[in-house]
Design a protein around this ligand. Structure first.
Ligand code: GLU
Length: 505
């Protein structure tokens, strides 16, 4: 057990938009680092130049800025263990490849893709390993001179990890427990390619985790199969003592629960799988993002935090600080987490519910203005306070609230049929007189006066209020009647009633 400072990393490959599963991985790393008083590193794993997508790195950085997930060091964040972009660390990796070659733990192989293909056709279930490496063109079967001459001739080669059979590898995973596998089933993985003078993911990943003093590797389940190889690499380098602890997070599953969550599920069911909108530079395709779809970053963080982890209590709504306090990696589940996107919508609703009207109004005000309404901030706040608890997204407010700012031009037919009675016009004109006599037009000022009038006339309260609502709103929706009339003010209220009487008769 070490008392070393906790250091974790999020290490994406810039191959496109960051998938929501990657966002969760980064979030768990962040929560763990903050809780442990540790540090979070942002490393770019771009050794596979074929898969590099321009703009992806910037996209990932912007996503975390939006989400409030902060890094302590790494690409664009600084730090003294850089460079943090793997393509800028070629020379470092070369030294370590050399170290393995000299120790006899790796070897050089010249087999061309065609030769490998031929072997695959010749030998069933061919795997480059202890049983077959003696049949291949590599530094184990060739003389040193032959090898040196080929390299001097400029022949391309790869460096392969020499995996010894008959051993057992133990991966001690914080979530999955002890995973044991036999080295016999592993192949001699390529660690380095002379063609681009770059290591493969496996070597770069281990060298960097070592040099950057990473203490915990928290990553998606899809990397679990690579973990035994990684353990063997730590051993080969003589770093077993400082090997990070592993934690492989459960898969995100389709909302139906079967199979891995994919972008197609999002398209099919109408939810984003990316944090921000993504414009694919190659295909030109635009994919929706949580930000552009109107989610609050706090809501998305809360939603993702509970996908694969539970606090062991009934609490569901958490701020980031609360998550940092409550997070416990050992409470992550092994089983895949169903991506219940409707729960994500619920979290957005909860966020709006728990936010002061002023905050939501700031987002609603530009929408009101865009609809050509010249409203004061005070008015927007009032309307927001009345209506925000009914929506999941700020964009849903306008259709619900437009009547506060725009008098009805038409009256909903169904509501008219049901609510506009024989005597409604006459009763509404009486109401106009009653309202006209009220000086204090607040809710409290209107309500007792109107109620007294209804009682004295022995009208049915429901009938009066329904007709009143139809006059002011144009249909049967909205908050309390006096909330609406108080907001509109005496003049506008009376104007709307008179207009309705005129139209509906
Ligand atoms: N570059 C890998 C990725 O794209 C990192 C895997 C790891 O965290 O070891 O997810």
């Amino acid at each position: 057990m070490s008392e070393k400072k906790v250091r974790v990393r999020f290490a994406p490959s810039p191959t496109g938009a960051l998938h929501i599963g990657g966002v969760r991985t980064a979030l768990y790393n962040y929560l763990f680092a903050r809780q442990q008083g540790g540090e979070l590193i942002f490393r770019i794993e771009d050794t596979d130049s074929n898969r590099f997508v321009p703009g992806a790195e910037e996209y990932i950085i912007e996503s975390f800025r939006w989400l409030g997930i902060k890094f302590d060091e790494g690409v664009s964040f600084g730090g003294d263990k850089g460079p943090y972009r793997q393509s800028e660390r070629r020379e470092i990796y070369k030294q370590y490849v050399q170290q393995l070659l000299e120790a006899g733990k790796a070897y050089i192989a010249f087999d061309t893709p065609e030769e490998l293909e031929a072997k695959r056709n010749e030998i069933q279930n061919f795997q480059y390993d202890a049983r077959t490496r003696g049949l291949m063109r590599n530094s184990l079967t060739m003389s040193k001179k032959e090898v040196d001459d080929l390299i001097a001739d400029g022949k391309q080669y790869v460096v392969r990890f020499k995996i010894e059979p008959g051993e057992e590898v133990l991966v001690d995973d914080l979530i999955r427990g002890e995973v044991r596998i036999k080295t016999d089933i592993l192949d001699d993985k390529v660690l380095y390619k002379s063609a681009d003078e770059l290591p493969t993911y496996h070597l770069a990943n281990i060298v960097d985790d070592h040099l950057m003093e990473v203490t915990h590797v928290i990553r998606g389940e899809e990397w679990l199969p690579s973990a035994p190889l990684h353990v063997l690499l730590y051993r080969a380098f003589g770093w077993a003592d400082t090997m990070p602890r592993f934690a492989h997070l459960p898969l995100l599953l389709k909302p139906e629960g079967k199979g891995k969550l994919s972008k197609r599920d999002g398209d099919r069911l109408g939810f984003p799988v990316f944090p921000l909108e993504w414009h694919d530079p190659k295909s030109g395709e635009v994919s929706s993002g949580y930000r552009e779809s109107g989610y609050f970053p706090e809501a998305l963080v809360n939603f993702l935090a509970l996908l694969g982890w539970n606090p062991g209590t009934e609490q569901e709504v958490f701020t980031m600080d609360e998550l940092i306090k409550a997070f416990d990696i050992s409470r992550c589940s092994k089983a895949g987490a169903k991506f219940d996107y409707k729960k994500g919508i619920w979290f957005n609703h909860e966020y709006i519910l728990n936010s002061p009207a002023e905050k939501i109004a700031e987002l609603f005000a530009p929408i009101v203005a865009n609809n050509g309404i010249d409203a004061t901030m005070e008015q927007v706040i009032k309307v927001t306070a009345m209506m925000k608890d009914r929506v999941n997204f700020v964009s849903e407010l306008w259709p619900l609230c437009s009547f506060f700012f725009i008098a009805p031009e038409q009256y909903d037919e169904k509501t008219v049929k049901k609510r506009w009675k024989e005597n409604s016009a006459q009763v509404m004109m009486e109401l106009v007189d009653v309202l006209d006599g009220i000086d204090d037009f607040t809710i409290e000022g209107q309500e007792p006066v109107v109620m007294a009038w209804v009682q004295s006339k022995e009208y049915k309260l429901g009938d009066v209020m329904n007709a009143f609502r139809l006059c002011l709103v144009g249909e049967g929706k909205g908050p309390g009647m006096f909330d609406i009339s108080a907001f509109l003010g005496k003049q506008e209220t009376i104007k709307r009633i008179k207009k309705a009487v005129e139209v509906l008769g």
